[in-house]
Ligand binder design. Structure first.
Ligand code: 1GP
Length: 244
């Protein structure tokens, strides 16, 4: 069970890194270069999905499972992004927004088939934080992000998620965000929450990675920076291991 692994690593104060692959972007030579890195770097998790992924997640997951030992977790933008071949599913509820479709609607559309599939489901409270750039999540979900200086709103939202039974909180500045999730917001939430915190959006340097860990992130998610340069996967995984 991957969630148990997350809790065990967190208990040992081991930080984790997830490589996010968007099936629409990660193809051809980029996919080959990424796979080559994943084989040797072995990050904690590979997430597959995106808020606007048109291509099926199935084929990329098949390749990942054949060629690497990385645990693959679905990070779906909507109910169509599902594959039984993945190891687990982040069952994301967009708690920062007030669009019922992304709070519960997509879940109702997919719940019975997900349950039947027996895939590991990790209920995750998804909080979109203003990243100083309109994100795809904001546009597609038609919701507003939590303002950067409103860490108490972020906290109340995350605690509501925890009380509703969610197992993870994902602080998301949006893919390609100009500004990453504020460190004081991560710190504020990590001291109050009992469940693990993931942070992502716009993280492109080792310094930003380490800052997020230091502020209290248990898992950092990186997508864009690895698409521009897959070699960074090894560098970021090494930095994560060294942090411990
Ligand atoms: C997006 O948080 C993730 O959902 C990753 O963002 O692509 O900017 O790393 P980047």
């Amino acid at each position: 069970m991957l969630y148990r692994i997350i809790l065990e690593k967190r208990e040992l104060n081991k930080k984790m890194i997830a490589v996010l692959l968007d099936p629409d972007q990660c193809k051809g030579s980029l996919l080959s270069a990424t796979i080559a890195e994943l084989k040797t770097a072995t990050p904690d998790f590979v997430f597959v999905g995106g808020s606007h992924a048109v291509n099926s997640v199935n084929s990329i997951i098949e390749i990942l499972k054949e060629e690497t030992d990385c645990p693959v977790i679905l990070f779906p933008g909507d109910a169509s992004q599902f594959s039984i071949k993945a190891d687990a599913l982040l069952y994301l509820s967009l708690l920062s927004g007030r669009n019922a479709e992304f709070l519960i609607g997509q879940h109702i559309n997919s719940s019975v088939s997900i349950k039947k599939s027996m895939i590991e489901v990790i209920p995750t409270g998804y909080l979109l934080i203003e990243g100083n750039k309109t994100s795809s999540v904001e546009y597609i979900s038609n919701t507003r992000p939590i303002p950067r200086d409103k860490k108490d709103i972020a906290l109340s939202t995350a605690v509501a998620g925890e009380l509703l039974g969610m197992r993870l909180i994902y602080l998301e500045a949006g893919s390609g965000a100009k500004e990453v999730v504020p460190l004081d917001m991560i710190k504020h939430l990590s001291t109050e929450l009992s469940i693990p915190i993931m942070v992502g959006g716009g993280i492109g340097t080792e310094e930003q990675l380490i800052d997020a860990f230091r502020a209290g992130a248990d898992i950092v998610v990186v997508g864009n920076a690895f698409e521009s340069n897959p070699r960074k996967i090894t560098e970021f995984v090494n930095a994560t291991r060294k942090y411990q």
